[in-house]
Design a protein around this ligand. Structure first.
Ligand SMILES: [Zn+2]
Length: 500
């Protein structure tokens, strides 16, 4: 039986172009080593269009029943099947050569191939991503995109216990370090044997390009510094964004802010995130046009968007970088008590920017999202951070992806929606279940306004209200609210920029 599975997997690798016929015996022998087998007897059955998920499951079941897994749980299965797929994954240099030979003809062909490759090697687990829940929610700002991501496996108790007992390791220093390529992983660090990274020159600085294994949106990529150095939003960072979008005009690229609370989850390693996706923010209307002295030919506007965004457009990227730096430098030092914006408390800085660059035709567009991470007694996690009444849906930082209007909600919500739907349909109190208790107050705010006669209606109601709550959470993160007072505050800041 295991020989049939081995043959299936070798057939899959050939079908997807991961190996050539000349590499077939070699790859099978690597796999025999992983499976601790001394020989292989080729079965006579022929296979076509091999399904990866079910084939890997056969191998993993074999591994589990032959004591090749430390524990039979998703964490150990993921470590093991990555080792299996590495037997069929080309070496880094040949991937780099292929990418750049395609790039010479067309950047899009290069990324199309590279993304398909990342899925074919199972580094991006496409069959998991396809199970993600996705919907759009209409709001006054246009449709927002909501996803519940299921591709990040939740750790099982055994894996959590094993991770606690492990000695602290600083290799690789973080999830983004170049040393991840080929790393076998451990219970507290994912296997990265099948990742292949592409070197990039951005304005003379060495970066690497890879896809996110969780693919929060189409072709979700990460561009990271060759060095493990902290994130910082400064002129080189803006230059990197423009350099990347110049090289890959069909991709956007943005950076998380460089301060805690308003930043992303990894501030210790300089990196950006991009991809081929039209985010809701890109379609946003404007509240008004803006004018910046000395940059009259740069189209500038204040976006109609829950967060506070200044959009600059021009075909001249040098001008956009210069004006963006002027705005950033002014914002860092800017205090406006009337708008509750404080540049510092004691020596701690609060103001920063989440910048995002994309291209439309020949025009470069940079969105500068004004951020502030001040905390108060009333809002200990941040004034411009999701407020407590929304924590049942979203408590974490509003990072780059969410700034652009795509919610990446925790996988627990999927089960909670299902439980709530059942309880409501049966006329029961959702507070009766410990998993859905936290949604009780939230639900009471709107349930009377809906027809809840069918299961579908109930589910639609919950999804619509999750979308509305996401919008409110984004509004929390806006330093200038979308009203007259907010607009006046923003214009005061623009005047300050123009006075410099
Ligand atoms: Zn690192």
């Amino acid at each position: 039986m295991i020989y049939n599975t081995i043959k299936k997997l070798a057939t899959y690798a050939l079908e997807k172009g991961l190996i050539t016929e000349e590499e077939r015996a070699y790859s099978i022998n690597l796999l025999l080593d992983v499976l601790n087998l001394d020989e292989y007897d080729e079965p006579s059955e022929e296979y076509v269009n091999v399904d990866l998920e079910s084939t890997l499951k056969e191998i993993l079941d074999y591994a589990a029943s032959n004591n090749l897994l430390e524990n039979d749980s998703v964490v150990y299965r993921d470590l093991f099947d990555t080792k299996v797929m590495n037997c069929f994954t080309p070496r880094p240099q040949s991937v780099i050569d292929k990418f750049y030979s395609l790039y010479e003809d067309s950047p899009k062909e290069a990324t199309d191939w590279y993304y398909a490759f990342a899925k074919n090697t199972d580094y991006v687990r496409d069959y998991r991503i396809k199970k993600d829940l996705k919907w759009t929610s209409p709001t006054i700002y246009g449709d927002l995109d909501i996803t519940i991501n299921l591709s990040k496996p939740e750790k099982d108790p055994k894996a959590i216990a094993a991770a606690k007992l492990m000695k602290q390791s600083s290799y690789p220093k973080c999830m983004l370090c170049v040393e991840n390529e080929g790393y076998r992983g451990r219970v507290n660090h994912p296997a990265r044997e099948t990742i292949r990274i592409i070197p990039l020159d951005l304005e003379g600085d060495k970066f690497y390009f890879q896809y996110s294994p969780y693919s929060y949106y189409n072709e979700h990529c990460i561009v990271f510094n060759e060095k493990h150095i902290p994130m910082v939003i400064n002129e080189p960072a803006l230059k990197h964004l423009f350099a990347f979008v110049s090289k890959f005009p069909h991709y956007m690229l943005g950076s998380n802010a460089d301060l805690p609370i308003v930043g992303g989850s990894i501030l210790t390693h300089d990196h950006y995130q991009g991809g081929a996706y039209v985010f809701p923010m890109f379609r946003a209307d404007k509240v008004c046009e803006l004018e910046f002295k000395g940059y009259e030919d740069v189209k500038a506007s204040f976006l109609k968007w829950p967060l506070s965004v200044i959009r600059l457009e021009s075909i001249d990227k040098e001008k956009l970088i210069a004006l963006s730096m002027k705005i950033l430098n002014c914002w860092r030092e800017y205090t406006d008590e009337e708008s509750f914006i404080y540049a510092y408390t004691d020596d701690t800085p609060h103001n920063t920017i989440t910048p995002i660059v994309h291209k439309r035709g020949d025009t470069f567009i940079i969105d500068l999202t004004l951020r502030n991470n001040i905390t108060t007694e009333e809002y200990p996690l941040g004034v411009y951070h999701p407020h407590q009444e929304y924590w049942n849906i979203k408590k974490e930082n509003i990072g780059l992806i969410e700034v652009m209007g795509l919610a990446v909600l925790p996988s627990r919500l999927k089960g909670e929606i299902e439980k709530m739907t059942t309880l409501i349909k049966e006329g029961k109190d959702i507070a009766s279940d410990p998993d859905t208790l936290k949604h009780k107050e939230w639900l009471d705010n709107f349930i009377d306004k809906y027809d809840i006669s069918t299961e579908k209606n109930i589910e639609d109601m919950l999804k619509a209200e999750i979308g509305k709550t996401f919008m409110k959470v984004l509004e929390c993160a806006g330093v200038y609210k979308q009203d007259e007072k907010g607009k006046e505050g923003l214009l005061r800041f623009v005047n300050k920029v123009n006075s410099l």
